[in-house]
Design a protein around this ligand. Structure first.
Ligand code: KG4
Ligand code: ZN
Length: 342
């Protein structure tokens, strides 16, 4: 048997500190995730300074644990991969510094990874990739359709003009009294309700691949405030279901339109909001009806949220393509894929 490639991967772009060991970009040997959610909840969102301090406290422990759980030592590693953007600068810097230090100390190649490429590669744990592909990336900070003509090529063909899908979930959840991050609870309530409010579906009919969620958010908040003024009780499950149906409809319609225009072999659904049951179900059903020729790869639930295993999978591809960084690697908070040029 040939020698396996073992990547030690770091992820610290937002509020999860994560370190993983991934074999040949497809097999997770360990994936340690230290979440800080409890520390941010009382503020109703992520506080950057609090996040950085947590990453500093956790990163060494997580690294040790990731190596132990995988049953490997530094000598067994092929490379070190790290998220260097997009994300919070102070958070990113902790992972970048840890990865640089380990790469330098153990004479290992340092491989920079875009966090969004990482999200896409969460789907690599369920299937090999066949190009060209399309990716629907839905997270707390991003909502974008990414065209991948070949391996290691990413182009944004559409994105949100305002709020990200996860951000809209969190804001609407807050109005309903749900703790940050609210997505999962709204999803659970939605499953028990029906779409009775018929909120707007923004940009549904526009001939592009862009999204917008701020109008939906405002419509939702107005509905709740008006009811409060009239001392009227609204059904929380129906509110959640109505909001979710509007988000899911827009995401699915735009994605199917992208598939009409870009013939691809596979579609990836990834990012924190890809854990949404309504979205997972409706996208699968709609694709079976209108694009049965495209294989849907839904990122496994446990790899939808931020984690280092996905960075190890994307990092392996970058490693094979010769991407290398040195001690000058810096956090790049605004890192983005290039936009598709007509
Ligand atoms: O990708 P992620 O873990 O972090 C970022 O890179 O942003 O995404 C986090 C987002 C949060 O906004 C959270 O509310 C949302 O994903 N989320 C969900 C669900 N689970 C998490 N949104 C809708 N339905 C879910 N089941
Ligand atoms: Zn993320």
């Amino acid at each position: 048997m040939g020698k396996q490639n073992l990547i030690l991967a770091f992820e610290s772009s937002c509020d999860e500190t994560s370190v993983a060991v991934v074999e040949d970009g497809a097999k997770v040997l360990s994936n340690v995730v230290a979440t800080q959610i409890a520390s941010h909840q009382r503020f109703g969102g992520v506080v950057p300074e609090v996040a950085s301090r947590h990453h500093i406290e956790q990163i060494t422990k997580c690294t040790k644990e990731a190596l132990e759980r995988a049953g490997v030592s530094y000598q067994d590693l092929t490379a070190v991969a790290v998220t260097y953007g997009p994300g919070l600068v102070g958070s990113l810097l902790i992972g970048v510094t840890a990865a640089k230090t380990i790469a330098w100390a153990h004479h290992l190649p340092l491989v920079p990874v875009n966090h969004m490429a990482g999200h896409l590669y969460a789907a690599r744990f369920i299937s090999e990739f066949t190009f060209p592909m399309m990716g629907l990336l839905v997270s707390g900070g991003h909502t974008e359709l990414v065209y991948m003509k070949n391996e290691h090529e990413y182009e944004i063909i559409g994105e949100t003009r305002d709020d990200a899908a996860g951000e809209a979930y969190d804001k609407v959840g807050r109005v309903m009294g749900i703790n940050y991050p609210a997505g999962k609870t709204v999803d659970q309530w939605a499953a028990k309700g029906t779409d009775t409010f018929h909120f707007p579906r923004a940009m549904e009919k526009e001939d592009n691949f862009d999204f917008s969620f701020s109008g939906l958010k405002s419509a939702f908040i107005n509905t709740v405030h008006n009811a409060k003024q009239r001392h009227q009780e609204l059904n929380q499950n129906d509110l959640a279901a109505s909001f979710q149906q509007s988000v899911v409809d827009v995401l699915v319609i735009k994605t199917l339109r992208a598939l009409d225009e870009y013939p691809v072999k596979q579609l990836i659904l990834a990012g924190g909001v890809a854990a949404n049951q309504g979205l997972r179900t409706q996208l699968e059903k709609s694709m079976q009806e209108s694009h049965p020729e495209v294989k849907l790869l839904r990122a496994p639930l446990k790899y939808c949220g931020d984690n280092a295993a996905m960075i190890g999978a994307a990092g392996y591809v970058n490693y094979l393509h010769g991407d290398r960084a040195d001690g000058s690697l810096n956090a790049t908070p605004g890192l983005s894929f290039p936009h598709h040029q007509e």
